[in-house]
Design a protein around this ligand. Structure first.
Ligand code: PBG
Length: 338
């Protein structure tokens, strides 16, 4: 018998819907599903064992061989898509990033190998020059040291078509040049790749959270263990802006993007929500390397519960309106959801 007397006139007791795990699961509005998670993967040339990325515990630079093995594990965990990034030997980098167009570019071999070993896995490729440029910028520099827009777009078009030829399902320009989505769409169509989609990094911010990624692809000015400070504010977005993100999304839609992205994710939940409210295209969010690293670092210090923080960080991104999430946690979260 319930002898509790306080609040007998309380008609709305919110805690009733929180009373048991079963009831909580009935009323839960947002949930993570493994098919919404996209695993970013790094690949390098050569053989041997994968190289750990120091600032990203659990993340490695794969060889093509270990990459294909990893992709089979991902598929078994229920992951449907990967995002591939090459780590290029510094001896192959130059100011123009010309190795991007070399048939020897390890990215092309990696795409072919993954599509042959895991044909059902969607391969998303990074259309950008920063893995290949000696200065680490996402394009060709003019005499003032600014990234030149239109010549960079010409180079990106060629890279996107070559990725499609190697078997990419979706190409993802992450460079933030103007007009590149349209140029890539027209180039893909002209080459007969009508079926290859474009995931546009529509609102990509000039963020400090990319540091560990630049470690992983060995790009930019820093070395492992030191924060990277490459200044990309001349093309990536100002962290203070949200209306500008809506304009970027609108332009990429008009230029033929199939999906749009907000990046980073966790620190930009308001941007995800704002974009979600205006676009009808599928919306991706990229939980970037620094978001991953900070959860690992705090957990290592014993300051946060690792799995709980990881899962909450992803759920928040979903709740804000992302349909899919690129996250370095994808594989392990998918495994835990099985
Ligand atoms: C560059 C690129 C970056 C990331 C993905 N593509 C870094 C940058 O813009 O400097 C970052 C991803 C991450 O931090 O996880 N084209």
């Amino acid at each position: 018998m319930n002898t509790q007397r306080t609040g007998h006139d309380l008609l709305r007791r919110m805690r009733r819907n929180r009373a048991t795990p079963a009831v909580r699961s009935l009323v839960r509005e947002t949930a993570l599903h493994s098919e919404d998670l996209i695993q970013p993967l790094f690949v390098r040339a050569g053989d041997g064992t994968p190289e750990p990325v120091e600032s990203m515990p659990g993340i490695v630079r794969h060889t093509v061989h270990t990459l294909t093995e990893e992709c089979q594990r991902l598929e078994q965990n229920g992951i449907k898509a990967i995002a591939l990034f090459p780590c290029i030997d510094s001896s192959k980098k130059d100011p123009e990033g010309s190795h991007a167009h070399s048939p020897e570019n390890i990215l092309f071999a990696a795409i072919r190998a993954v599509k042959s070993a895991s044909p059902d896995l969607a391969v998303i490729t990074d259309v950008a020059l920063d893995p290949y440029t000696s200065h680490g910028h996402d394009g060709l520099l003019d005499e003032r040291g600014d990234v030149e827009n239109d010549s960079t777009v010409e180079s990106l078009k060629r890279l996107a078509v070559a990725q499609a030829e190697a078997g990419a399902d979706i190409v993802a320009p992450s460079d933030m040049m103007d007009g590149r989505v349209k140029a890539i769409r027209l180039a893909l169509d002209a080459a007969g790749f009508h079926r290859v989609g474009i995931l546009a990094y529509a609102a990509k911010y000039a963020s400090a959270y990319y540091g560990p990624f630049r470690d992983a692809v060995k790009s930019g000015d820093g070395q492992s263990g030191k924060p990277h400070k490459l200044d990309k504010r001349g093309y990536q977005m100002d962290p203070g802006n949200v209306r500008e993100a809506l304009l970027e999304v609108q332009l990429d839609e008009q230029e033929g993007a199939d999906m749009v992205m907000v990046k980073p994710a966790g620190p930009y939940l308001d941007v995800i929500k704002a974009v979600h409210d205006v676009t009808r295209l599928p919306l991706a969010a990229y939980q970037v390397s620094g978001e991953y690293a900070q959860i690992h670092a705090a957990a290592k210090l014993g300051w946060l519960d690792y799995a709980a923080t990881r899962d909450e960080s992803l759920l928040a991104i979903k709740r804000a309106g992302a349909d899919m999430i690129l996250t370095y946690f994808a594989s392990e979260v998918a495994e835990s959801l099985k």
